[in-house]
Design a protein around this ligand. Structure first.
Ligand SMILES: Cc1cc2nc3c(=O)[nH]c(=O)nc-3n(C[C@H](O)[C@H](O)[C@H](O)COP(=O)(O)O)c2cc1C
Length: 171
């Protein structure tokens, strides 16, 4: 099912673009679901002509993101009771200490994974999205809040991000 989804390029609905600055997709995971989702998202953008890099959030302190010119897509799960995966704890602590406006210029979108049987459904993704916005980052597209079968959300979310990037190119 997953392989078919990735390999059948006729399913890619995004328009081809000739050039766009390299997009960084950062994942935060405990058991690999968010990393798999990040790779699936990367394949879609690559197929649409975007240069893409995928990385673990623990290697990218938020202060380091400002030096980059490309959009950042966050693909994150939620653990505990609305908490970040362990590998996002440092990122989250650093981000929480940043001031309003400190991330002005950063463009981002959040793909949140969770399970709606928990009270804090997609709690970390939601908190991350709001914290980035509060620090001045620009939300390219609305947050996806994905339940257990997250693959059904990928196409729509990628299309929304891609449309925002296309509009930037036109503007
Ligand atoms: C112990 C535990 C706690 C969890 N807590 C939450 C939660 O508070 N909110 C939520 O939406 N999902 C919660 N989940 C569901 C995970 O976020 C979901 O299974 C996700 O797909 C895991 O992705 P990952 O493998 O990338 O970490 C929890 C799962 C476990 C096993």
């Amino acid at each position: 099912m997953k392989e078919n989804f990735i390999e059948n390029e006729s399913q890619y609905h995004m328009h081809e673009v000739e050039f766009h600055p390299t997009m960084l997709i950062l994942f935060a995971t405990m058991t690999g679901t968010a990393e798999d989702a990040a790779e699936m998202i990367a394949k879609r953008f690559k197929a649409a002509g975007h240069p893409v890099a995928v990385g673990n959030i623990e290697k990218y302190p938020p202060q380091k993101l400002l030096a980059r010119n490309e959009p950042i897509l966050f693909v994150v799960s939620t653990w505990g009771e609305g908490e970040p995966p362990d590998e996002a704890l440092h990122f989250w602590a650093d981000l929480s200490e940043m001031l309003a406006g400190e991330l002005a210029g950063l463009r981002y979108a959040v793909y949140a994974l969770g399970d709606s049987s928990y009270d804090e459904f997609c709690g970390f993704g939601r908190n991350l999205d709001l914290a980035l916005e509060e620090r001045g980052a620009f939300r390219l597209a609305s947050r996806a809040e994905c339940d257990c079968d997250h693959e059904e959300f990928i196409e729509q979310w990628c299309d929304a991000v891609n449309a925002a990037l296309q509009n930037e190119c036109i503007a």
